[in-house]
Structure formats: structure tokens, C-alpha cells
Design a protein around this ligand. Sequence first.
Ligand code: HEM
Length: 522
Amino acid sequence: MLRRSLLRCGLIRIHGRSPAACGVDPPHPHHHRRRHASSTSAVGCDGKLKTMDDLGGPNFTTSLYWLFFKGYFQKTQQLQVEHSKIYGPLWKSKFGPLVIVNVASAELIEQVLRQEGKHPIRTDMPHWRAYRDLRNQAHGPLTEMGAKWQRIRSILNPRMLKPKHVSSYSNTINEVVTDFIGRLAHLRKTTGNGVLVNDVTGELYKFAFEGICAVLFETRMGCMSETVPEDTEKFIFSVGEMFKLSHIVILFPQKTWPYLPFWKKFVASWDHLFRLAEELVQKKVEEIQEKVDLDESVEGAYLTHLLLSDQMTLTQIMGSITELLLAGVDTTSNTISWCLYHLAKEPEIQELLYQEVISVCPGDKMPTSEDIVHMPYLKATIRETLRLYPVVPGNARLVAENEIVVGDHLFPKKTLFHLCHYAVSLNEKNFPNPHAFLPERWLRGAEEKSKRHPFASVPFGFGIRACLGRRVAELEMYLVVSRIMKHYEVRPDPAGTTVKPITRTLLCPAEQINLQFLERRV
Ligand code: HEM
């Protein structure tokens, strides 16, 4: 039950594909013999396939012992590493009737991902869906499934992923970055003896929230000002509350939810999220209507496009926009926090970044997405951050419709896979000296890069259900990190605190990150 809840709160997918379509013949009833091995398979032509029963791994008691006695409950990313050392790249964890197959090698992860069906489905997320059913709200890209999910993605994808559209968000994001740099200056002066900024992750959370709202709603929320507007505070609080309660609600059987006190709070948090989204969408509708009435041309970015394109109802737009917002704040802000935390310890890397940024954008010139193309070291730095701290450290998939071959094992329908991205991207076979922060790994021509398995680090996922916000997130990260490097030399907290990662669905800093920002003398 507990593990099921952890997985449900994570990123579970259900996908199906006919055996022929995924290059796997139907198994022989007695001898599971594979005829068309996939390109990455370790099984020879005559190799007999093993079954789930042949797979090793901890039983329920052992798993509980690791989680609660050995203290890995909040370090499940590290549990991937420890268990893969004991059991190898493929093992099963049993939680009562629930069996999870852990996959911890780049080759095997590729095999699972390449057998993805036409409509991969994330976990049924019954608690999130139950709220939407209760309030007649629409599902968005995170919670929708099947053909309906595909339709949503086909509408949302172009303006989120196509480079020409994404680059048009540079100015909007740069405005938010300008305000963030101003906020850093203010915090240093008022609370940090002229240099220190406390809780950089919290500040970056507001930055990421403001940035994604500016892109999605084309509206500034005021998170960068000294006093954050009450409605915005409440929105941020409701997101946190909803995520926190999600973990609790899912522990109980669905039929008991209406009687649970925290179910009411959970519903109230969602109500607030949808209410604010509704207000913002409504405001935009009125703005557009006014312009239309005055015969003025209507220009705008994401939301305006969705409203004008008429492909979704207002309710559907709200459902999708709310979910984009939920997926797009903690992920980006945690990654930028980790990046700055590491850079603070690496003055030489900062110097290289600084030189790169000022050579492409001298003086007051703000970087655009076209400028970023000429900043390979910046891109490599963000990429290395995502390797060392994959915000989604483990991604799960439930193969619902057909049997699946992974390595030399044949798994039955409805097998739940847990893809151990953290263990793989920190394995020295894939990345020598894996704990070192080495952006060079990602530079074109790096010898190591050319030999590396393409699935050794896939921080945004892979395939048709991969991250919808990847391009926007990258742009936000490039713009904010490059401009911080231009203005400041970042140094560690003088208190010398070491911050370790923990898993709260996402990979988060276990403690507050405080950093010094020393003004660059130009
Ligand atoms: C550093 C930032 C980010 C990282 C590392 C990240 C990573 C991921 C990962 C690993 C997935 C699951 C992919 C899979 O299952 O294969 C995902 C899904 C998703 N992400 Fe992101 N993400 C980030 C930022 C964003 C942003 C800014 C947005 C919104 C604008 C966003 C929206 C989504 C959505 C909607 C999904 C679900 C897609 C679907 O199920 O169709 N993400 N993300």
C-alpha cells in the first residue's frame, strides 16, 4: 500500500503495444523463446526467457526494513543505488500483492521505453482524478489518458516545444529574470549583510512560478515584489498543500476519502488552484473581447492562442493550464538551486561561464534563445546539473496491455516497472567520476560523450509522453543562470552547510540552500 502510494505520487505510466509492434513475438506457451530480439537485448537467439519468478529482490519485510529501519524512506534515490549493487540491474520489490520491477541500466531502460504504446498512460492518479470528477473539471496532460491525452498533447505541444514559439518567450522570461536579479540585490542588502541570500530555493520557487505564469497566462503575478500578493501566496500555499495531502490521501482506500478530514483540505486546495486559474483565464477572455469589440488586432502568446484557436473548451483550457503550472514550478526551481549550489563551489567554472556570457552578450545586452546557441558551456552546465540531480529520480510505468521482454526476462501484462534514472546517471560505468560536477562531459567532441549510452541520463523522459515543458524550462534555466553569472560571483554559505538531496516525489534539497552573491567588478 505504502509503496503503491509512493509510485502513484510519482510518475507512473501505463502503456500498451502489440507484441509484433514492439519487435517481440508472442511467447511460446512452454518455452518462452524470443525470436526477434530488440537491438539492445542481451539475449541470444536461442536464449530462453526467464520469468518474473526467477527475478531476485527484497520481499515486503526487507523493503520495509530498508525504508524505515535503515532510513531510506526519504532517500529512495539512494536505495536504487544500494539495491542495484546487491541485485544487479533488474530486480523485483514485493509489497504484499504489489510487485515492482526495478530497472537500473541504460540498456534495459531503453528496452522498456522503446516498447511504449501509442497512448502511454501515467498512473491513474485516482485522487487527482476524483477531484476533477467531483467538481466537473477537465483533465490535463498529467491526468488524462488514451486518445483524449493524445489530443491534449497535440494541442499543447506546438507552443510549448517548437523552437520558434519557445524563443518568442525570451523577452517575457527576461523581464522576470530582471526582477529576480533585483530581488537578489534587495535580499542581500536587507537580510544578508550585503552578500548572503537565505533560502535560495524558496526564492527560485517564486521566480519559476512567476516565469511560468508569465508564459502561460501572459500575466505578472507579483512574486518578485517585496510583499507577494495574497492571492499568489495562497496559490503557492495551495500547490504545496495539495502535493503534501496527495501523499496522505492515497494511503487510504478511495471509498473512505469522503470521510477523511484531509480529503476536505485536499479538495479545498484544488478548489483554490482552479479558482485562480479560472480568474486568470476569464480576465484574458475579457481582454480579448474588448479588443475584438474595438476592432483591434489580438496578439498574445500561450493562453491567447489556446483561447483563439477554439480547439478546447474553457474548462479544458483551465484543466490543462493548471496542470502545466503544477508540473513546471518545483522541477525548474530545484534544478536551478542545485546548479547554483554546485557552481558556488566551482569558481573556475563560473569564470568560464562569465567569459562565455559576456563574449556573446557584452554590456547590457540580454541573452535571447538565439544567443544561447552560442553558449555551449552554459548548456553543458545545466545538462550536468540534470545528470547529477535528475529532478525525477525514478519514473514508473505499468505495462497494462501486453507482455514485455526486458533483458532475458519475459514479464506478464500489468507489470509495474520502476526506471531507476538516478542510479543509472550516477553509475561510473556511464559517467566516470560520477559524483564530480563536470560540464565538460556534455561538450561536443568529448570522448566520453561519444561512447555513452543515450539512455544513461534522460532527465526529461523519452518518447511521446516526455516532458511537455522541457524547452520552456531550459530557456528559463539558461536565461537566469547566464544573467546571474554576469552580475555575481556565487559563493557557498559561510556556515559551510552541506546540502544533500532527498526524494519527495522530486529530488529536492534536504536543507535550505543559502548562498553568497558577490557583485562582479566589471
Ligand atoms: C528542469 C525542469 C523539468 C524537468 C527536469 C522535467 C522533467 C519531467 C519528466 C522526467 C517528466 C516525465 C516524462 C516521462 O514520463 O517520460 C515530465 C513530465 C511533464 N512535464 Fe516536465 N520537467 C521540467 C519542467 C517542466 C515545465 C516547466 C513544465 C510546464 C511548462 C513541465 C510540464 C510537464 C508535463 C505537463 C508533464 C506530463 C506530460 C504528459 O504526461 O504528457 N515540466 N517532466
